[in-house]
Write a protein that binds this ligand. Structure first.
Ligand SMILES: [Cu+2]
Length: 180
């Protein structure tokens, strides 16, 4: 990234750049990296993690979709009364020149029923939709990894499996509340 940025800057300074419009404004909104971890069993949803680097102004990530998956949701893991639960997210902020990270134990994607051919190919093209420029869309190939072998009860990925049964967690929450 760095050498490229410097080279691009040099070109822009020389006035030879065809993409000078972008360079003048500095950073460009983009997906820097991302991967998918398959669920422990085929009926479990996969989890998706990624890093987005912000452009010149604040924007929101408003949706992530994949044509080759049945359903994708943005979630946030939160600790409530010592219990990890997760909530659906409708958007997540990408600060100007900053970073938005979806990572284990925090914000994550939940992805249901990824197309078998995509799994075999080891990558899933995902579309990231933003609030700027009339819903700018960025397509990024997410690398698909097998289920974490460390899928033990205390692994961060685990709260995911538990949360998959949203109903059950809700019921559990109600029971907990009733106990108080
Ligand atoms: Cu989740």
């Amino acid at each position: 990234m760095k050498p490229f940025a410097i080279a691009a800057l040099a070109v822009a300074t020389l006035g030879l750049s065809a993409c000078g419009e972008n360079m003048g404004e500095g950073p460009v909104l983009h997906v820097a990296s991302g991967y998918i971890e398959m669920g422990a069993t085929p009926d479990r949803p996969a989890a998706g993690y990624f890093t987005i680097e912000g452009g010149p102004r604040d924007v929101d990530l408003v949706a992530v979709t994949a044509d080759l998956a049945q359903r994708v949701e943005m979630h946030e893991s939160v600790r409530e009364n010592g219990v990890m639960t997760m909530k659906p997210l409708t958007s997540a902020p990408v600060p100007a020149k900053g970073k938005l990270e979806f990572k284990p134990g925090g914000r994550h994607l939940m992805i249901w029923n990824i197309n078998g051919a995509a799994v075999r190919a080891g990558k899933l093209p995902m579309i990231f939709v933003f609030s700027n420029n009339n819903n700018e869309r960025i397509i990024f190939d997410m690398t698909i990894k097998g289920a974490s072998s460390a899928a033990s009860a205390d692994a961060p990925a685990m709260d995911h499996g538990a949360m998959e049964m949203g109903k059950e967690s809700a019921d559990k929450g109600a029971t907990d509340a009733a106990k108080k």
